[in-house]
Design a protein around this ligand. Structure first.
Ligand SMILES: NC(=O)c1ccc[n+]([C@@H]2O[C@H](COP(=O)([O-])OP(=O)(O)OC[C@H]3O[C@@H](n4cnc5c(N)ncnc54)[C@H](O)[C@@H]3O)[C@@H](O)[C@H]2O)c1
Length: 222
């Protein structure tokens, strides 16, 4: 996301892929318009938030008409750089990595795992779901124009591999290992830890019981 969209608040920007996925489905079903209420029920974000979010992109729904699906999709595609495929590399083809390779990310957006790396000679030279697996020693040679990497290696390997990725021009890392990696400030790292998410969910259930209030999918009240 870049350029003129700099002014969109981060909370709004985070919801864009969610909106995009739903609108894309509507588009495939041949729907031309959608109301904020329909959107709200589908993506579980309250309609006031949706209206505020959409106002940042100059999409003003009309009363009794709703939003034009095609206009919104066009906007999202541009904002999320969906016209261009972002090439993703996956490092570590174990339990988790294999599952990701089987999942077809392209179904909903233009982010695609193009290649994978592993240290296990039994895996090198094979492919999963059409994604070739190279030896980690070939990282620098094969990475090509991939700009994002998914890290699904043992945590002890994470820092070393992250450094090599940064050296090779990767600008974003989706880190599934429990290791907190240190990278230069210009590199964006998103950390995903199911154990921590589960613990947080259980804590929220206990301490913040819902009383019919709407929360976004990260549990934040609007
Ligand atoms: N984020 C989560 O919610 C979550 C859930 C489960 C596991 N994990 C983490 O994800 C990581 C992977 O878990 P898993 O169950 O798939 O493990 P796994 O042992 O099945 O897979 C790890 C893979 O990494 C490869 N590998 C090892 N060293 C390497 C190196 N230097 N370079 C390239 N590849 C290398 C191994 O050959 C193996 O194929 C672990 O760090 C684990 O703690 C995270």
């Amino acid at each position: 996301m870049s350029g003129e969209q700099n002014k969109i608040p981060q909370a709004t920007a985070k919801r864009l892929p969610l909106y995009y996925r739903f609108l894309n489905n509507l588009h495939h079903q041949g729907k031309q318009r959608v109301s904020s209420k329909e959107l709200s029920e589908a993506v579980k974000v309250d309609s006031a938030t949706i209206r505020r979010d959409f106002s940042y992109f100059g999409a003003l729904g009309k009363k009794g008409y709703g939003y034009n699906v095609e206009y919104l999709l066009g906007f999202f595609r541009k904002t999320l750089d969906q016209d261009e495929v972002t090439k993703v590399a996956l490092i570590g083809v174990g339990n988790l990595g294999t599952a990701f390779l089987h999942y077809n990310f392209m179904k909903n957006n233009n982010t695609k795992i193009e290649l994978a790396f592993d240290a296990d000679p039994k895996k090198v030279g094979t492919d999963i779901g059409g994604v070739p697996i190279y030896h980690i020693d070939q990282l620098e040679e094969k990475l090509g124009s991939a700009s994002v990497a998914i890290l699904t290696v043992p945590s002890s390997e994470a820092q070393g591999i992250a450094e090599r990725l940064v050296e090779s021009g990767i600008v974003g890392v989706l880190n599934f290992t429990p290791a907190r990696i240190t990278v230069p400030e210009r590199i964006r790292v998103h950390h995903i830890d199911l154990a921590i998410e589960l613990q947080a969910l259980v804590y929220f259930i206990k301490h913040y019981p819902l009383e019919g209030e709407h929360e976004d999918h990260n549990g934040f009240k609007e």
